[in-house]
Design a protein around this ligand. Structure first.
Ligand SMILES: NC(=O)c1ccc[n+]([C@@H]2O[C@H](COP(=O)([O-])OP(=O)(O)OC[C@H]3O[C@@H](n4cnc5c(N)ncnc54)[C@H](O)[C@@H]3O)[C@@H](O)[C@H]2O)c1
Ligand SMILES: O=c1ccn([C@@H]2O[C@H](COP(=O)(O)OP(=O)(O)O[C@H]3O[C@H](CO)[C@H](O)[C@H](O)[C@H]3O)[C@@H](O)[C@H]2O)c(=O)[nH]1
Length: 338
């Protein structure tokens, strides 16, 4: 049986591909390379370049491979962009995901793993946030993802699918073996931007909002290391293949760091006191998001191994240094795909 990994040329999906290949699985990646990289997908996986909304391409994949599971990572992911381009986000993240769920239902692909997000909770009244807390997203990105959770819930009931929706908190760090990291140069994530500032790839860093109701006035987030997150996906796959029922699970460590604390750790790890500028709040940002992180341990037996922000920052820094110096390991010649 093969696993279809959408968005497998991207940051998190790429780590999933590595983990699946490490486990001896057959992997087919479908990615339009809008923010992903063909070179990041090992030659041991089949890479199909295309859109998740392209039904003909999906049919061709189903005809050529025995897919039993879809791990759906492909999405647009930048919160402020979703505020300025909501229709683009709803098309890519919701409408095309609906088509993918329909494709699964029609083709008897009964397992679906979905990259959801803490953004479904919006501005929570209290932290930590549990899976049964109110979902009230405050930006189109979060809404675009919550709608997919609803689509999955209804489709599962009607069509015999089982799914695991994983609500990621803030994903960061890189493969501990140094094979992959977050590579898009225009990424907007805090740790990525901060290590770029430390390496001189960007000129300093704006701190978006210093007047939030948090201990130091900057936003609090729960940063989860990418391989720990992927371990949760591998357990979700095992759960679904073993006939387990549908689940919605937070993926975080259960404690948060402020933007200022993250910046201080990046400065410390890199030894560079890069410039920081106090800037206004960024559109769509909630003050604090910290996971209630128990359910995933109980349901899947997940045990985090990299819950250490200094280690996470060091991994991100080392990967960024390779990107800057042009020494990242390329897993395939970029032209070898379908
Ligand atoms: N990075 C985070 O902190 C975070 C947090 C919560 C949830 N997520 C979710 O995790 C998933 C992966 O995010 P990432 O950080 O790896 O981002 P990424 O941009 O690196 O990866 C997304 C991948 O999807 C591909 N893609 C986008 N639209 C596509 C389409 N229509 N058809 C085919 N391919 C398409 C891109 O080319 C890219 O390779 C996303 O669904 C995102 O919403 C990420
Ligand atoms: O240059 C920067 C970049 C970020 N920040 C701040 O750092 C915090 C974290 O921002 P990120 O952009 O790293 O992450 P977000 O919390 O906005 O969003 C991330 O996590 C969410 C879930 O928590 C979503 O799923 C989303 O896909 C993913 O990008 C925010 O307060 C943001 O304002 C800065 O101050 N300066």
């Amino acid at each position: 049986m093969a696993i279809l990994v959408t968005g497998g040329a991207g940051y998190i999906g790429g780590h999933m591909v590595l983990a699946l290949l490490d486990a001896g699985e057959q992997v087919v990646v479908l990615d339009d390379l809008s923010t992903g990289f063909a070179w990041a997908v090992p030659a041991a996986a089949t890479l199909v370049v295309g859109d998740i909304g392209d039904e003909a391409k999906l049919r061709a994949i189903a005809a050529a491979h025995q897919i039993d599971t879809i791990a759906h990572f492909a999405a647009k992911i930048v919160v402020p962009d979703s505020v300025s381009d909501p229709l683009g986000y709803y098309l890519n993240n919701t409408v095309k995901a609906r088509a993918l769920v329909e494709f699964a239902a029609r083709n008897g692909i009964s397992n679906f793993i979905f990259s959801s997000t803490a953004a479904v909770y919006g501005e929570p009244a209290v932290n930590p946030i549990f899976e049964n807390s109110l979902t009230a997203p405050i930006n189109p990105y979060g809404r675009s993802k919550l709608m997919v959770e609803w689509i999955l819930e209804d489709a599962a009931r009607a069509h015999g699918l089982s799914y695991v929706a994983l609500r990621y908190f803030n994903v960061a760090g890189a493969d501990p073996k140094g094979r992959l990291g977050q590579s898009a140069s225009n990424a907007t994530h805090l740790i990525k931007v901060a290590v770029q500032a430390a390496l001189g790839v960007r000129k300093g860093l704006d701190i978006f909002g210093t007047d939030y109701p948090t201990p130091d006035g900057t936003c609090l987030r729960d940063y989860i290391q990418v391989s720990d997150l992927i371990a949760a996906h591998v357990l979700a796959l095992k759960h679904l293949r073993g006939g387990g029922g549908s689940l919605v699970l937070n993926c975080g460590y259960g404690h948060g760091y402020s933007v200022s604390e993250v910046v201080d750790i990046v400065k410390d790890v890199s030894g560079v006191d890069f410039e920081t500028r106090r800037a206004g709040r960024r559109a769509g940002d909630p003050a604090a998001l910290v996971a209630g992180a128990e359910r995933i341990r109980v349901e899947l037996g997940w045990v985090p191994r990299h819950d250490n922000l200094r280690e996470i920052v060091t991994q991100a820094y080392e990967w960024e240094r390779k990107l800057r110096d042009g020494t990242v390991p390329k897993a395939r010649a970029s032209s070898s795909h379908f």
